[in-house]
Design a protein around this ligand. Sequence first.
Ligand code: FES
Length: 190
Amino acid sequence: MANKPSDETTKPPAEPLIEPDRRRFIKLASCALGGGMGAAILVPALRVLGDPTNRTIVTTPSDPIDVGSLERLVVGAAPIKLDVVAPVIRDAWNASENVSLGAAWVQRQAGDKIVALSSICPHLGCAIGWSDKKGVFQCPCHESFFEPNGERTTGPSPRGMDPLPIEVVGGRLKLRWVTYRQGTAARTLV
Ligand code: FES
């Protein structure tokens, strides 16, 4: 007489066992992954949709920028070139730190009397240099020359070098970075 198959052999194979902790972990990980992907898509989209039309998109620093110690400057010495670096510049979405704006030629005429001139040539924007040999400022691009006080002497530059507001606060040089339209005799802020 043939043996009747036992119940054990006719049962479907049991599901692989997953421990409850592991199952919960997989669930949580799936949720976190899904949520993260959703946020990655949604947040930029909401920012674009929510961007107010009249908002200033890029801010240029209007606060004075620290360009170093007054002690760096010797009264009556040749001008020295100082880099002007904004601690932070913001636009609608980002903030950038330590952004180089340009450079200024700075002279100490007496005590706290400091003169700062933009190194941007008013002609077409090349970087103006200082000639120790000639004791003048010179733009190498089209040979414009300027007196130590920034007045134009020769060359195509339509005006003298542009002054930059500077003051001494607590022994530090605080400079306000401003730029002017190039190629015009009049000094127009941009
Ligand atoms: S850019 Fe300076 S002289 Fe032309």
